[in-house]
Structure formats: C-alpha cells, structure tokens
Design a protein around this ligand. Sequence first.
Ligand code: ZN
Length: 546
Amino acid sequence: MRLGDILLERKLLTEQELNIALNVQKITGNVLGKCLTSLGFITSSELAEVLAIQHGLEYIDIRHYPVETELLKIFPKNITESAKFLPLEETDGVIKIVVTEPSNIVALDKVKSITGKRAKPYLTDEESFVDILEKVYYFLENPTEKIIEDAINATLTTGITPPDSFPRIVDAVLAEGIRRGATDIHININAGIVSIFYRVDGILEPGYFLPRTMHTGLVSRIKILSRLDIAEQRLPQDGSFIFTFIGKKYEVRVSTIPTVEGESVVLRILFGGSEEFYSLNKLGFNETLSLRLKTLIKKPNGIMLVVGPTGSGKSTTLYALIREINRLQRSVITIEDPVEYRISFAKQSEVNEKIGYDFALAGRNFMRHDPDVILLGEVRDEETGKIAIRASITGHLVLSTLHTSDAVSSIPRLFDLGADRFLLSSSLLAVLSQRLLRKICPFCKTSRDLNEREKEIFLSAGLHCEKIYYGIGCKICRNTGFFGRVAIGELMIINEKIRDMIYEGASFNALTEAAKENGMIPLIIDGLKKVADGVSTLDDVERVIG
Ligand SMILES: [Zn+2]
C-alpha cells in the first residue's frame, strides 16, 4: 500500500491535503513524507509510525526512550550520524537500534562490523532522531555534573570560584534543564548553600547544591545575560535572554526577587516550537471525551473554553483542537501570548503589549479579517470576554482559555467578567476543565494491593480498582517514579436545559447536576480511573485536584 493511501485510511490525512502535498512535491521534488510534514498535515512522528507499519517494523518514540551511554562509547558520533542510527540497548547479544529509514542496511552492517553482533532495527522519526542524536553525544562530551563538580571543588580548595567558570556553570545548568524537559529552574539560598531545583512535569526536583560563595557570581552572570542591573539586589527585576543550545534557540525568562538570605532567581525556559505538536488522541484524554471534543470542534459558531490552573496543559489542548479543524476549508486566526507552536495554514498573531497590540485590539480587528475560527489565547478581563462572546454570536467558533478550577465555575467567573446572561447562555458551547497527571515510569513500574484508605476512596467513587501501580524509581526517571504526563478532563457540554439554567442564574450545584446528567464525568473520577488503569498514582491525582 502506498504511503498516501495508508494515511487516508487511518484518517491522518484528507484527500484535499494529499492533493496539496502532491502539488508541493511536484514543485519541490521532495519525497511525499517530507512534503506532508513541512506542510504540517502530519507530524514527523505520525509519519514514522505509518512508515513502520508499511515496512513491518516496530515504532519507537526515541524522545521517551533511554540510550545506554556505554553503547554510545562504542559507536562514535561520526559513525552513527553518517549511517543514521542510534544504539539503544543490548539484550542477549542483540543490539537494539533506531533508524529513520526502514531499509537502512548500512546501519545493520556497521553494528555487525564494529561489534560482531546482530542489530535489531526499530523505526523512529527523523526530527526526534536528529534532536536526540545531538543531545546524547553532547551530554556524553559535556557531562553537566562534572562541569559543576569541578567548579565546586575549585571553590572549596581555593576559597574562590574562578570567575571565568560562571558562564560554563550557567550554560550547564540550562542545558541540564533542557535535557530534563524542565519548565523552570529555581536558584535560591537556603541553609547557607545555593540550591538549584528544576520543575519537571509540574514538580520541583533537586538539581545541584553549591557553596554560598558562588551565589553572587552565578546571579551576576544571569543578570548580565538578561541585561538586568547587577548592582540592584534589593528590588525584584524581570528580563529575558536567548539561550542557544545545539543549534536551537530557547527564550529564557528571568525573574529575580530579594529574599532575606539573598536574591532568588527563577528561569523559565520557553520551548517554543521544539515540542511535539500533539494530536488530540495523544494527550491522553479518555476516548469518550476525545470523541466529544472532535464533534464540538465541527460546530460553526459558539465558544469553547479550556480551563484549569497555570501549567495544566490548556494551550496544548487548544493547539490539538485547532489541528482537528480542516484549515484548508475554515480560516483560522490566532491571537496568542506568545505563539508557542506554528500551525500550518493558520494566521497566527502574537500580542505585543508594549506597542499597545493587546488581545482586545487584536480581537476587534480580527473579526474583519474573515475568520471562521478564532483562537483567543485567554479570556483575562471584561474586554476579552466581550470580544469572545461578540465573535461567537456573529458566526465564529471561538476557542479560548480561562483560569478556573472546574468546568462549572467558569460560568460565575464569566459573569464576574461582565458577561451578559443572554449572550453568554446563547453562545457557550462547552467547557473543558483539565489537569495533567504524571505517568508512572514504565521502566520501574510495579504494583501492590490497595490499603484501607484507597479501598474506601474507590468504593465511594463507585470504581473498581484491582491493584495500585507505582514507580519504584530508576535512573531513567531520575528516581521520581514518573515519566511523562497524561491529561484528564471533565467536559461540560451546554444543552438546552443548561442554557436555560445559565440564563436564569442557576446555582453552582444545580448546574453541576445538570452537567453530569448531560454526560460530564467529574475530574476526580477521570483521575481515579487513570489510577485504576495503572497510568498514574492516587498521590498525583490528589496533588493536581486537591
Ligand atoms: Zn523509573
């Protein structure tokens, strides 16, 4: 079967998209797969998954797979790069490797000639392959721990840190943050030492501990990079800089605040565009909820809101929803702060408050730009709320986010923001409240029986749970027991009854009951199901829902 046909059959592509890609192929002369990914019709990993099926190989998501350092030492970078493979692990004398082309004979030959052993190929996608190849060899040659340890040892033996080592330390701290996939890096003084923590998957984890004397040098280096005032240590400051790491640019936002023990610094790493552009199916929502979202996104007009606290994955879901829209038939305009992912065939715009280009100004003008779908980054005040409602009642589908803890609370919140009863009740389509749970690490997953408290929780939720699964901690998950995240959600779909209730100003409890009647499964239940399914832990559900 041809690639295009498989993609059509698996509904990863429409006929229209395939035709456009074939036209692009004629002009550029590239292979079809390349045209499809550069047009953004499918992701690099979706392409690899389909190629794997086509060639009877197994697909591996290399970004979520450990590479054994010992094997990297046997296969130097010049060899793996030119033969386009990466060794993963060795079991029973067979070396597991990933390739990006199904018929990569050269890679198999290389493994044989270098080790005398047989290679078993797995397929991965080109984009991740290049990224991971660069990263694994970078860290092999520049071990973060060693750079920082050397600086600590020098400081402890001589009493001072060589000033020229601070740029290297800051680079190593940032590189480690990127390796861990950290969103934030915290640098504090506590108990007389400098501590560096990384926020990974929503949780702070320890990084490094340095002598107190290194604090000023470290903070100064960060301040120089982000053009902050080095002398000012008594007032909070904000800045940013671009960190280039293996050819990629990362925006790093810096915030400093004075604390009683000294300045505290938080670095936020924006992964702009480098992360996988998720499809709705891969976010981890339960199947019923995903199907309902796919139906909702086909509606011609109305408002769909995604709600939850900061870091609950709201914008990733918005992007995944936009991806579900046929952007060749419906004009999509986005107003974002900042643009996090690029979406093909969408007009994406970034607010710039400094020049007065805010959500409100963009919203007013965008309606004249003939859109069908408007993605408004956030309903944050009365004006953006009104714009969202006006756009939806004038025949546009509006997708946006709001800061509330659950789906039903978004209604009183919108009233607080000055929404009109009639207009809101007639325009709201659905509200999705979501959280991200950490997934149990598959490499150290184990199980045990339920204790009394757990039995009670599942019993009162009316759910059956056989075993409690958890990660005991291993090298791959840095002893956290978790690896990656999965979304849970509660979806309130507005039907006639709820519409009337909103108009009449029904109470929170009455609205919740009506939403449940209309199929809303509360967030907590969705979370507990993930525990019963062995995907996450009760602790993590309680952490994100409270
Ligand atoms: Zn583990």
